[in-house]
Design a protein around this ligand. Sequence first.
Ligand code: 9D3
Length: 248
Amino acid sequence: MHIAIVSIFPDMVRNVAEYGVVGRAIQRSVVSLQVEDPRQYAGDVHRTVDERPYGGGPGMVMKYEPAAAAIRAARSALPQGSPVIGLSPAGRVFDQAEAERLAALPGLILLAGRYEGIDERLIDDEVDEELSLGDFVLSGGEIAAMAVIDAVVRLLPGVLGDEDSAAQDSFVEGLLDYPHYTRPEEIEGRKVPAVLLSGDHARIARWRYKQALGRSFLRRPDLVEKLSLDREQQALLDEFLKEQGRET
Ligand code: 9D3
């Protein structure tokens, strides 16, 4: 997959992309990352990429021309059918289903804004869709773009090891994870749940699924609602709630 990011902070993007799963995917050439800086396309001596807003108000607005030139440079280097995705608090909220959709594309061009916003005509002319990370305020689009890249790249074939991808297809999809434990067996009197030491893989799987269901019900009832539980799942959830001293 070929990914381009348009950002006035190219070093920030390049640095973040060096680490972990994304860094490895780039090293192994599963993913290419091109960073385009609008400042490189600014025509004036000061390399201006922002201006004061028409109509007044606080802050600055990202100018059309340098950003448009950077997007066009990215377009010409990327495969046909690579959409331009603007990161914006006004976009659709990004989720795992969006990540799966994007992971099937040949390429992506991500536009990370800074300042109070981007000249609307740039969005009209060059941006195919807008994505948000959710209802909170960031200082710019770079961290959001990196979050999208991270979520997408880990879905590409051959990026995760066998162990991790097995965990992906596991039954806990659509739910929060079950709790994890590692050595030591006891910390200040708190023991690892005995079932995890039993070696009984069927019991362990059942316990983990029960924990995932129960935690999801308590912390993210919206997730459980979406699943619409069958009889067996409902019974497992009831068992969890009983063990927690709660009732349905
Ligand atoms: C406080 C400024 N806001 C005035 C109503 C507008 C505003 C402009 C620019 C708010 C945030 C930003 C920069 N944010 C992003 O570029 C961004 C973002 C976000 O802030 N929250 C969640 N997802 C995203 S994706 C890009």
